[in-house]
Design a protein around this ligand. Structure first.
Ligand SMILES: Nc1nc2c(c(=O)[nH]1)N[C@H]1C(S)=C(S)[C@@H](COP(=O)(O)O)O[C@H]1N2
Ligand SMILES: [Mo]
Length: 324
């Protein structure tokens, strides 16, 4: 199958950070004669696998998917090495260097359970779901509530495609997603001070906003375990903790869920958690952020720069704590 690669995320050379592994890989592929605008997806997949010297993934040839730059082409793209070795994933520990431990997680077979207010509850294997979804690549900003940020090329499908596939009934108002429970591997889950499993939710109109995304890939490949394989939420206008990893449950309900961090500390981490530089965290300012790999802080933007796409969701919710 031939696909046209727009490569919209590729940034002008002058903006590229020298250490960007992703761009270096492009250069390598070009040297191998694979850098033309139109190349076979399967060839790209195997070339990337080769270049990465990683074990084969049965879905590798699907990536990166059709490039979609409806939501812009933010730059500079964070070095792949940084985005895949500096992570938040409390199931594997409370520091940032969990990437090695996360490799122990088994992601096949992987079943997603769809329940609650749906026409008919069902379970589906991850690979079957992936085969039914329209695979795209989008470059998004990511802003952690701790004030670090990154810009990465996710691959995956719109959350709204997943919602439509689940067939929620008219009474469903929220969608709740949960991470796998596996304390033997996710040893952080043995710590009973945390309300495991990690739970997050969105209002249905947020989940069906086209910006909300389910990532199954990153940097043109299947997403790594440390970043939430095999599938994780990406809601770039909200603080990063909303973007739940390693999803095994999707439930539709008319009751607003209480999410993981909200249960722990509701005065610091709310349900809506939209990015706003004007609303400080109780213990620190949110006015600026530090891009991974940079030693200079930059101003943070309202809705993390995505206001034109999502601000209207909150017009009738002004009485809520929208920004914490
Ligand atoms: N299951 C689970 N999902 C999670 C987290 C977590 O600890 N566990 N951390 C969140 C936070 S705080 C952030 S900033 C992002 C980090 O994603 P990344 O490691 O891919 O950058 O994942 C979010 N999703
Ligand atoms: Mo975060």
């Amino acid at each position: 199958m031939l696909i046209k690669r727009h490569q919209g995320w590729e940034i002008p050379e002058r903006q590229a950070t020298a250490e960007s592994d992703y761009l270096n890989r492009r250069a390598l592929l070009q040297k191998m004669g694979l850098g033309a605008g139109v190349i076979a997806a399967s060839t790209l997949g195997s070339a990337l696998a080769l270049a990465d010297d990683k074990a084969a993934d049965p879905t590798a040839s699907l990536y990166p998917g059709t490039h979609n730059d409806t939501y812009g082409a933010p730059t500079p793209i964070t070095a792949e090495r940084l985005a895949t070795t500096y992570n938040n994933y409390y199931e594997f520990g409370t520091d940032k260097s969990i990437w090695r431990d996360a490799q122990k997680l088994q992601i096949r077979p992987w079943t997603i359970k769809v329940s609650g207010m749906v026409e008919k509850p069902f379970e589906i294997a991850f690979d079957d779901l992936l085969a039914k979804m329209p695979l795209q690549e989008r470059v998004y900003r990511h802003r952690c509530v701790e004030t670090w940020s990154m810009i990465v090329p996710w691959s995956g499908f719109p959350m709204k495609s997943l919602v439509e596939f689940c067939k929620p009934t008219g009474s469903a108002k929220y969608v709740v997603m949960q991470t796998l429970s596996k304390p033997a591997v996710m040893f952080g889950q043995k710590d009973f001070l945390y309300p495991w499993p990690y739970t997050e939710g969105l209002a249905i109109d947020e989940a069906t906003n086209d910006l909300a995304f389910i990532a199954t890939g990153l940097y043109g490949k299947p997403i790594g375990k440390q970043n939430g394989a095999p599938l994780r939420l990406v809601v770039p206008w909200k603080y990063g903790f909303k973007s739940v990893k390693a999803i095994v449950s999707v439930e539709f309900t008319d009751k607003r869920p209480v999410s993981f961090w909200e249960k722990l500390q509701d005065n610091e981490y709310g349900f809506w958690a939209n990015v706003n530089p004007q609303v400080p965290h109780p213990r620190w300012s949110q006015a600026t952020e530090k891009p991974l790999g940079s030693d200079q802080r930059i101003p943070t933007q309202i809705y993390n720069g995505y206001g034109q796409f999502v601000a209207s969701l909150y017009e009738n919710r002004k009485s809520e704590k929208l920004f914490m």
